[in-house]
Design a protein around this ligand. Structure first.
Ligand code: ADP
Length: 481
């Protein structure tokens, strides 16, 4: 069992109180590296979700002044930094990622609370110049209402923090439902958020099976915003559930990121960026490179540089020193990665680094060896779907037009990366790539200061920037004669 004052009590937080499930039932949480039984968390459902929505709605009856919201956001940001180490250990134990990455996740999460604390001035009343139709026009940014936030397991703290920070800044009441595989970071967060001075009932944490909780959030009339991060398939379910109720929806869905290396690129820098981007979180991020396209003239040299780096990656328990890649989240994830590699090899790819690992016997210890595949083609599963694992698949191309056509030939549009020494070409590519986030000579992902989100079936709505805040605000125009 995991021992931490931040996980005592290990419960949900509904209507300003730590609560067990009304049914008394719990769900175990395991360390995906070792199988250690970390904790049992409440298995809540419809009743607790209704109570949480009611509490969040009541908290909206007395609007919280902007100065109080700013103070609370700053307090949360500071609490996260102060407790960086215990939070990082909780993230690593429930998720498996290396401790250094977990620390970075805490800092990244904290930066969202600071960022939105700094954006609050944008929500002040805004009076339009002059008299329009003989009247005075004023715009107010009202909290949109109760927000339901549903998040996945790959960034147990950051995924809800990106949304929650904006929702608090907007003044919304909130119900968060984190992934069942990684609920502990959220519990620890609530212990710290309790100290931020927000009204009881404003922030609610509901733990339990996704289906019933998601359904209540999507269908309840008081919930005015649904913000979801996860797979495109689940996004479609939530869109269907919300559609009769006409509410604001933000969807951060899957990606299938192209990573393009032109013949004039700095190959070493490109390989370093690719390894950092691809193997972070064991390849289980929605922005990680999934389809690597290298110009044919530099393909062999690039693969050589890449192979050296991929072969040097150390796999293991994220708590151990020197580990770069942790376990996959469970056997389902392992089987998907193994199937993608099998399919690629059967269709003629060649495995430059890696081997076939035995199938794990449990949902833990699902370590997959970092793998480099050459000779990838568009018909292979590794290029058609998100592999979500430590596998790099590389194809070659001949011309700029060809590679841009290939890169855009996907239903997804989240992140893309281009490596070239020619700034004009970088600009041209960004303009023609239908992806919400484009890195030129960098593999870096989103930052709190900039809007982030998808095009096409990667979803709509943005996190970060000022746009992420406006997802939770309702602009109201008041016209006075
Ligand atoms: P991932 O593969 O990243 O877990 P999912 O879309 O399966 O992507 O899950 C993302 C989040 O959505 C998780 O917290 C999951 O439990 C939740 N989820 C899955 N199905 C539903 C559903 N029908 N209603 C509400 N939430 C769901």
């Amino acid at each position: 069992m995991i021992e931490s004052p931040l996980l005592t009590p290990c419960m949900g937080y509904v209507a300003g109180k730590w609560q067990a499930a009304k049914s008394g039932s719990t769900v175990p949480v395991h360390n995906p590296a070792t199988g250690e039984h970390l904790a049992d968390v409440p298995d809540m459902g419809k009743g607790e979700t209704l109570e949480a929505i009611g509490a969040a709605a009541s908290s909206l009856e007395t609007p919280l002044p902007r100065a109080d919201r700013r103070r609370a956001l700053e307090a949360i940001a500071a609490q996260l930094i102060e407790h960086r180490e215990p939070l990082a250990r909780i993230i690593t134990q429930e998720h498996g990622k290396p401790l250094a990455e977990a620390r970075a996740e805490v800092e990244y999460s904290s930066a969202f609370y600071s960022h939105f604390a700094g954006q609050l001035d944008r929500l002040g009343r805004q009076e339009l110049d002059g008299r329009i139709r003989g009247c005075r026009w004023t715009i107010h940014h009202r909290p949109a209402g109760v927000a339901g936030l549903i998040t996945p397991w790959n960034f147990p703290l950051a995924m809800f923090s990106k949304k929650l920070s904006a929702a608090v800044a907007a003044g919304c009441g909130v119900v968060v439902r984190p992934a069942s595989l990684t609920p502990l970071s959220a519990i620890a967060f609530w212990r710290l958020a309790e100290r931020a001075g927000l009204p009881p009932g404003m922030l609610n944490l509901v733990l339990g099976r996704s289906g019933p909780i998601g359904e209540v959030l999507c269908e309840h009339p008081a919930v005015r915003v649904i913000s979801f991060t996860g797979s495109t398939d689940t996004g479609q379910i939530l869109l269907r559930q919300t559609s009769p109720h006409i509410k604001r929806v933000a969807m951060e869905l899957g990606g299938n990121a192209p990573f393009i290396v032109f013949d004039d690129a700095d190959l070493t820098a490109a390989a370093d960026a690719l390894v950092a981007n691809k193997f972070r979180c064991g390849g289980q991020t929605c922005v990680c490179a999934n389809r690597v396209y290298v110009h044919k003239d530099v393909g062999p040299r690039f693969n050589e540089i890449l192979a050296e780096r991929v072969a040097a990656l150390k796999v293991g328990n994220g708590l151990d020193d020197g580990v770069h890649v942790g376990p996959l989240i469970n056997r389902f994830a392992f089987d998907k990665v193994a199937e993608h590699v099998r399919d690629a090899l059967a269709r003629g790819a060649d495995r430059v680094v890696g081997y076939d690992p035995p199938r794990p016997e449990h949902d833990w210890g699902c370590f997959y060896p970092p793998t480099l595949l050459g000779g990838a083609r568009p018909d292979m599963l590794v290029f058609q779907q998100e592999t979500f694992g430590p596998v790099v698949a590389v194809a070659t191309f001949e011309s700029e037009d060809e590679v841009l056509r290939l890169a855009n030939d996907t239903r997804y549009g989240l992140a893309a990366y281009v490596f070239t020494r020619d700034p004009a070409r970088g600009g041209r590519c960004a303009e023609r790539l239908s992806f919400g986030h484009v890195g030129i000579n960098t593999g870096t992902g989103p930052a709190p200061e900039a809007p982030f989100g998808g095009m096409k079936q990667s979803g709509f709505g943005r996190e970060g920037g000022v746009e992420g805040l406006l997802e939770f605000c309702e602009p109201q125009t008041v016209v006075e004669a």
